[in-house]
Design a protein around this ligand. Structure first.
Ligand SMILES: [Zn+2]
Length: 263
């Protein structure tokens, strides 16, 4: 058998690694694609209209965005009137938080951890990278401008929304989930919110899963809260100086949570 030069394998591995990291869209294209997908989302879910709850989620999200620095996106945080414990992000800064998630979080830092994680997906372009690798930039440019095949456009948007909706697949892949967890840790420390909330929320989910598996199924499919993930978050926290004395919760969170639990 002829020996295949080692350099060939090295080159192949390198090019795959590079392709995995590639985002072929400009920020403007990402925003436009996200906006079109968000319209689709908002046609199919019911948004929660309580202005106090909406304002709270928006202010919590915007506070995290402010410290995550250099964001090129304008963020929109919206509350979905759905009981499942879930949150998702679309490219370009459109983030949706289910009412079930606000009810499930036991402290503000748990809720902030999930929102920080979703901001991480946006900031690291996970959705745009995945979709641009799959379809190529030419197809996406047609989708964005509305000049392409409408059925293909529906497919692309459905897939983006599917990543967002967490329909039974590990949408961005394990590595991206870790990247987003690490992002959330740093983002929370910068916002002076206790990043331990991320690990505690995973523990809260594990408890919920034992008690009521149906309400957290989607979450388990897309963001499995495994022990190794909890350990990873804690190891990221341990790398940072000055993580003691950070905010675990707030009176406003308690009020909002009591309000949503009453309904
Ligand atoms: Zn995720």
């Amino acid at each position: 058998m002829k020996k295949i030069p080692l350099i060939f394998f090295v080159a192949m591995t390198l090019s795959c690694a590079v392709i995995n990291q590639l985002n072929l869209l400009t920020p403007e294209q990402e925003v436009e694609l996200g906006r079109q997908a968000s319209r689709e989302v908002e046609r199919s879910v019911r948004l929660y209209r309580d202005p106090l709850v909406r304002a709270y989620i928006d202010s919590l999200g915007q506070a995290l965005v402010r410290v995550s620095a250099r964001s090129q996106f304008r963020y929109y945080f919206k509350v979905v009137d759905a009981p499942e414990v879930n949150a998702f992000a679309l490219p370009g800064g459109f983030i949706y938080v289910n009412l079930g998630l606000i009810k499930a979080a036991e402290t503000e830092s748990e809720l902030a951890g999930v929102i920080g994680h979703e901001i991480g997906h946006v900031e690291m372009h996970h959705g745009a990278k995945k979709i641009s690798q799959q379809y190529g930039v030419a197809v996406l440019v047609d989708v964005i401008s509305g000049s392409g095949d409408p059925s293909l456009k529906r497919k692309v948007i459905a897939q983006l929304v599917g990543f967002g909706g967490g329909l039974g697949v590990l949408r961005y892949g394990r590595e991206a989930e870790r990247e987003s967890d690490a992002f959330a840790v740093r983002c929370m420390v910068n916002a002076r919110v206790d990043p331990e909330g991320i690990a505690r929320f995973f523990e809260t989910l594990l408890k919920l899963h034992k008690r009521e598996p149906k309400g957290v199924e989607g979450w388990f499919a897309t963001h499995p809260p495994t022990q190794s993930r909890i350990d990873f978050v804690r190891s990221e926290i341990a790398k940072l100086p000055n993580t003691s004395g950070l905010k675990k919760t707030s009176a406003r969170f308690e009020q909002i949570r009591a309000r949503v639990l009453r309904r």
